[in-house]
Design a protein. Sequence first.
Length: 137
Amino acid sequence: MVPTTTCRVTSSAPSIKSSDMNTGTLPPISNAATWTDSLEFYDDETGAALFDETDDDTHPDEITIKLRIPGDETAIMTGSLTGGQISIVADGVAEFTFSASSMAALDPRTYEVGILYEQEDVTTQLILGTVQVLKGL
């Protein structure tokens, strides 16, 4: 059974926290720089980390982050655990990184961002929000 999950994006701005799916705005990012942030996953009932960094058997089957233009169906940028853009860095903590060259492909505008967590054939939409991409120098 998959526990009810809390996910926080840990960055320099206020975090997004969810018990089911939540909506919110991530801090603005530049399209001229590498984008790296961390995601924290905890069991809502116990507060325990959902996975152990050193125990592959506890790792989620997949974590995915997607960006799309509002109103569009297709993601224009995707990162995943299995694709290598997301990695487990501590107990309950996964970090995602999009390279500066990937970010350069994004036009400055507001995008929808979603984070999916997959475990034991159950996919949970943890975050569905927005992020503003600024034109970098």
